[in-house]
Design a protein around this ligand. Structure first.
Ligand SMILES: [Zn+2]
Ligand SMILES: [Zn+2]
Length: 251
Protein backbone atom coordinates (compact mmCIF):
# COMPACT_ATOMS: atom_id res chain seq x y z
CA UNK A 1 0.00 0.00 0.00
CA UNK A 2 1.00 3.67 -0.18
CA UNK A 3 3.31 5.15 2.45
CA UNK A 4 1.11 6.72 5.17
CA UNK A 5 2.63 10.13 4.57
CA UNK A 6 1.64 10.08 0.94
CA UNK A 7 -1.86 8.82 1.55
CA UNK A 8 -4.23 11.50 0.38
CA UNK A 9 -6.04 13.34 3.13
CA UNK A 10 -9.74 13.69 2.52
CA UNK A 11 -12.08 16.01 4.33
CA UNK A 12 -14.81 14.16 6.18
CA UNK A 13 -18.09 13.93 4.32
CA UNK A 14 -21.55 14.17 5.83
CA UNK A 15 -24.78 12.43 5.07
CA UNK A 16 -28.25 12.40 6.52
CA UNK A 17 -30.85 9.65 6.44
CA UNK A 18 -33.52 7.78 8.39
CA UNK A 19 -31.92 5.03 10.47
CA UNK A 20 -32.37 1.77 8.59
CA UNK A 21 -32.31 -0.30 11.79
CA UNK A 22 -32.15 0.31 15.52
CA UNK A 23 -28.58 -1.00 15.73
CA UNK A 24 -26.65 2.27 15.57
CA UNK A 25 -25.59 4.19 18.64
CA UNK A 26 -25.32 7.97 18.72
CA UNK A 27 -21.69 9.01 19.23
CA UNK A 28 -22.95 12.13 20.98
CA UNK A 29 -25.36 10.99 23.69
CA UNK A 30 -24.36 7.28 23.54
CA UNK A 31 -27.94 6.08 23.31
CA UNK A 32 -29.47 3.96 20.58
CA UNK A 33 -30.81 5.65 17.48
CA UNK A 34 -34.27 4.24 16.83
CA UNK A 35 -35.18 2.80 13.46
CA UNK A 36 -36.65 5.52 11.26
CA UNK A 37 -35.14 8.35 13.31
CA UNK A 38 -33.24 11.09 11.54
CA UNK A 39 -29.49 10.52 11.87
CA UNK A 40 -26.48 12.40 10.62
CA UNK A 41 -23.36 10.54 9.54
CA UNK A 42 -19.76 11.75 9.53
CA UNK A 43 -17.86 9.75 6.95
CA UNK A 44 -14.11 9.37 7.35
CA UNK A 45 -11.68 7.10 5.52
CA UNK A 46 -11.23 3.87 7.49
CA UNK A 47 -8.00 1.92 7.96
CA UNK A 48 -8.56 -0.08 4.77
CA UNK A 49 -10.23 0.81 1.52
CA UNK A 50 -13.59 1.37 3.11
CA UNK A 51 -15.07 4.44 4.79
CA UNK A 52 -16.33 4.60 8.35
CA UNK A 53 -19.50 6.43 9.33
CA UNK A 54 -20.12 7.79 12.83
CA UNK A 55 -23.82 8.40 13.46
CA UNK A 56 -25.42 11.02 15.67
CA UNK A 57 -28.89 12.31 16.35
CA UNK A 58 -29.32 15.64 14.60
CA UNK A 59 -29.50 17.41 17.97
CA UNK A 60 -26.33 15.68 19.17
CA UNK A 61 -24.32 16.74 16.11
CA UNK A 62 -22.30 19.94 16.20
CA UNK A 63 -22.33 22.17 13.17
CA UNK A 64 -19.80 20.66 10.76
CA UNK A 65 -16.89 23.07 10.37
CA UNK A 66 -17.02 25.07 7.18
CA UNK A 67 -20.38 23.81 6.02
CA UNK A 68 -22.51 26.63 4.61
CA UNK A 69 -24.79 24.87 2.24
CA UNK A 70 -27.18 22.12 3.37
CA UNK A 71 -26.70 20.53 -0.07
CA UNK A 72 -23.24 19.42 1.11
CA UNK A 73 -25.15 16.83 3.13
CA UNK A 74 -25.74 13.86 0.92
CA UNK A 75 -29.18 12.31 1.24
CA UNK A 76 -30.93 15.57 2.13
CA UNK A 77 -33.10 15.50 -0.98
CA UNK A 78 -34.44 12.06 -0.08
CA UNK A 79 -35.91 13.23 3.25
CA UNK A 80 -39.52 14.21 3.77
CA UNK A 81 -39.98 17.97 3.22
CA UNK A 82 -40.62 18.65 6.93
CA UNK A 83 -37.39 16.85 7.83
CA UNK A 84 -35.41 18.75 5.18
CA UNK A 85 -36.67 21.89 6.87
CA UNK A 86 -35.58 20.55 10.26
CA UNK A 87 -32.06 19.93 8.91
CA UNK A 88 -31.89 23.39 7.39
CA UNK A 89 -32.97 24.94 10.69
CA UNK A 90 -30.35 22.88 12.49
CA UNK A 91 -27.68 24.23 10.12
CA UNK A 92 -28.85 27.84 10.46
CA UNK A 93 -28.99 27.59 14.27
CA UNK A 94 -25.36 26.48 14.35
CA UNK A 95 -26.00 22.81 15.02
CA UNK A 96 -26.84 20.87 18.16
CA UNK A 97 -24.48 19.14 20.56
CA UNK A 98 -23.60 22.39 22.26
CA UNK A 99 -22.91 22.10 25.90
CA UNK A 100 -25.73 23.35 28.00
CA UNK A 101 -25.10 26.71 29.56
CA UNK A 102 -24.34 26.73 33.25
CA UNK A 103 -27.52 28.77 33.78
CA UNK A 104 -29.62 26.01 32.19
CA UNK A 105 -27.91 23.40 34.34
CA UNK A 106 -28.34 25.46 37.51
CA UNK A 107 -32.04 26.02 36.85
CA UNK A 108 -32.57 22.27 36.30
CA UNK A 109 -30.46 21.41 39.33
CA UNK A 110 -32.51 23.75 41.52
CA UNK A 111 -35.88 22.27 40.56
CA UNK A 112 -37.86 21.39 43.65
CA UNK A 113 -40.30 18.77 42.40
CA UNK A 114 -42.07 18.59 45.75
CA UNK A 115 -43.22 22.16 45.26
CA UNK A 116 -44.05 21.87 41.57
CA UNK A 117 -47.55 21.55 40.15
CA UNK A 118 -48.21 18.68 37.75
CA UNK A 119 -48.56 21.18 34.92
CA UNK A 120 -45.12 22.61 35.65
CA UNK A 121 -43.67 19.13 35.84
CA UNK A 122 -45.22 18.22 32.50
CA UNK A 123 -43.60 21.27 30.92
CA UNK A 124 -40.16 20.34 32.30
CA UNK A 125 -40.64 16.72 31.22
CA UNK A 126 -41.43 17.85 27.69
CA UNK A 127 -38.49 20.26 27.67
CA UNK A 128 -36.11 17.52 28.80
CA UNK A 129 -37.42 15.08 26.21
CA UNK A 130 -37.86 12.28 28.74
CA UNK A 131 -40.45 9.58 29.05
CA UNK A 132 -42.19 9.00 32.37
CA UNK A 133 -45.09 7.12 33.86
CA UNK A 134 -48.43 8.84 34.30
CA UNK A 135 -48.54 9.19 38.08
CA UNK A 136 -47.32 12.26 39.92
CA UNK A 137 -44.81 10.14 41.83
CA UNK A 138 -43.29 8.75 38.62
CA UNK A 139 -43.03 12.23 37.14
CA UNK A 140 -41.41 13.48 40.32
CA UNK A 141 -38.85 10.66 40.35
CA UNK A 142 -37.97 11.23 36.70
CA UNK A 143 -37.45 14.95 37.24
CA UNK A 144 -35.43 14.34 40.41
CA UNK A 145 -33.02 12.32 38.28
CA UNK A 146 -32.83 15.14 35.72
CA UNK A 147 -32.10 17.60 38.55
CA UNK A 148 -29.48 15.39 40.13
CA UNK A 149 -27.76 14.82 36.81
CA UNK A 150 -27.77 18.55 36.02
CA UNK A 151 -26.19 19.30 39.41
CA UNK A 152 -23.44 16.75 38.81
CA UNK A 153 -22.87 18.02 35.26
CA UNK A 154 -22.67 21.63 36.49
CA UNK A 155 -20.08 20.59 39.05
CA UNK A 156 -17.89 18.61 36.63
CA UNK A 157 -18.17 21.22 33.87
CA UNK A 158 -16.24 23.58 36.13
CA UNK A 159 -13.23 21.21 36.22
CA UNK A 160 -10.36 21.56 33.75
CA UNK A 161 -9.51 18.83 31.24
CA UNK A 162 -6.48 17.67 33.31
CA UNK A 163 -8.67 17.53 36.44
CA UNK A 164 -11.32 15.48 34.62
CA UNK A 165 -8.65 13.10 33.31
CA UNK A 166 -7.26 12.73 36.81
CA UNK A 167 -10.73 11.85 38.12
CA UNK A 168 -11.22 9.30 35.32
CA UNK A 169 -7.77 7.81 35.99
CA UNK A 170 -8.60 7.54 39.70
CA UNK A 171 -11.67 5.51 38.76
CA UNK A 172 -9.81 3.49 36.11
CA UNK A 173 -12.01 4.77 33.28
CA UNK A 174 -11.11 5.81 29.72
CA UNK A 175 -9.47 9.22 29.48
CA UNK A 176 -9.77 10.05 25.76
CA UNK A 177 -12.06 12.54 24.07
CA UNK A 178 -13.03 16.17 24.06
CA UNK A 179 -13.98 17.97 27.28
CA UNK A 180 -17.74 17.35 26.96
CA UNK A 181 -17.08 13.62 26.52
CA UNK A 182 -14.93 13.59 29.67
CA UNK A 183 -17.64 15.47 31.58
CA UNK A 184 -20.34 13.05 30.34
CA UNK A 185 -18.21 10.05 31.36
CA UNK A 186 -17.64 11.48 34.84
CA UNK A 187 -21.35 12.31 35.21
CA UNK A 188 -22.26 8.74 34.22
CA UNK A 189 -19.76 7.32 36.71
CA UNK A 190 -20.90 9.57 39.54
CA UNK A 191 -24.59 8.82 38.91
CA UNK A 192 -24.42 5.08 38.29
CA UNK A 193 -20.93 3.92 39.27
CA UNK A 194 -17.71 3.31 37.32
CA UNK A 195 -17.68 0.80 34.48
CA UNK A 196 -16.07 -2.49 35.51
CA UNK A 197 -13.59 -4.66 33.62
CA UNK A 198 -15.01 -7.49 31.56
CA UNK A 199 -15.93 -10.49 33.75
CA UNK A 200 -15.04 -12.84 30.88
CA UNK A 201 -11.56 -11.77 29.70
CA UNK A 202 -10.65 -9.44 32.57
CA UNK A 203 -8.84 -7.17 30.13
CA UNK A 204 -11.38 -4.94 28.42
CA UNK A 205 -13.20 -2.11 30.16
CA UNK A 206 -16.92 -2.68 29.53
CA UNK A 207 -18.82 -0.12 27.48
CA UNK A 208 -22.52 0.49 27.82
CA UNK A 209 -25.36 1.59 25.59
CA UNK A 210 -28.54 2.79 27.27
CA UNK A 211 -31.94 2.63 25.65
CA UNK A 212 -32.81 6.09 26.96
CA UNK A 213 -31.01 8.93 28.65
CA UNK A 214 -32.79 8.70 32.01
CA UNK A 215 -34.46 6.02 34.07
CA UNK A 216 -32.05 3.22 33.17
CA UNK A 217 -30.40 3.05 36.59
CA UNK A 218 -26.98 2.51 35.00
CA UNK A 219 -28.01 -0.70 33.28
CA UNK A 220 -28.11 -1.24 29.53
CA UNK A 221 -26.36 -3.34 26.94
CA UNK A 222 -22.78 -3.96 28.02
CA UNK A 223 -20.09 -5.21 25.67
CA UNK A 224 -16.36 -5.77 25.83
CA UNK A 225 -14.17 -3.93 23.33
CA UNK A 226 -11.32 -6.45 23.78
CA UNK A 227 -7.85 -5.44 24.90
CA UNK A 228 -4.16 -5.43 23.99
CA UNK A 229 -2.08 -8.19 25.49
CA UNK A 230 1.61 -7.50 24.72
CA UNK A 231 0.80 -5.63 21.50
CA UNK A 232 -1.54 -8.42 20.39
CA UNK A 233 -5.16 -7.40 20.20
CA UNK A 234 -7.47 -9.89 21.90
CA UNK A 235 -11.07 -9.86 20.80
CA UNK A 236 -13.75 -10.71 23.32
CA UNK A 237 -17.36 -11.65 22.53
CA UNK A 238 -18.76 -10.77 25.95
CA UNK A 239 -22.12 -8.99 26.07
CA UNK A 240 -24.68 -8.77 28.85
CA UNK A 241 -27.70 -6.78 29.96
CA UNK A 242 -26.47 -6.12 33.46
CA UNK A 243 -23.14 -5.32 35.08
CA UNK A 244 -22.00 -4.49 38.57
CA UNK A 245 -21.09 -0.81 38.51
CA UNK A 246 -18.24 0.06 40.85
CA UNK A 247 -18.14 2.72 43.58
CA UNK A 248 -17.17 6.12 42.17
CA UNK A 249 -14.29 7.84 43.96
CA UNK A 250 -13.88 11.58 44.14
CA UNK A 251 -10.43 11.61 45.72
ZN1 LIG B 1 -27.68 11.42 20.50
ZN1 LIG C 1 -13.88 -9.23 27.58
Amino acid sequence: GPHPATKKFRMPGYCVEYAASNRSTCKGCKTKIDKGELRLGTITPGPGDYDMTAWRHLMCQKHPKGMQDPNELSGLGALRPEDQKKVEEWLVSGGGGKKRSSDDLDSLANMDTKKMKVKEMDAKIKESGIQTGKSKKEKQEALDEVAERAAVEAKYSKLSVPQLKELLALNKQLKGGIKQELVDRCVDGKMYGALPRCPECGGGLLRVVYTQKYGHGGQGTFSCPGFFDDDVFKRCPHTSNTADRLPWHES
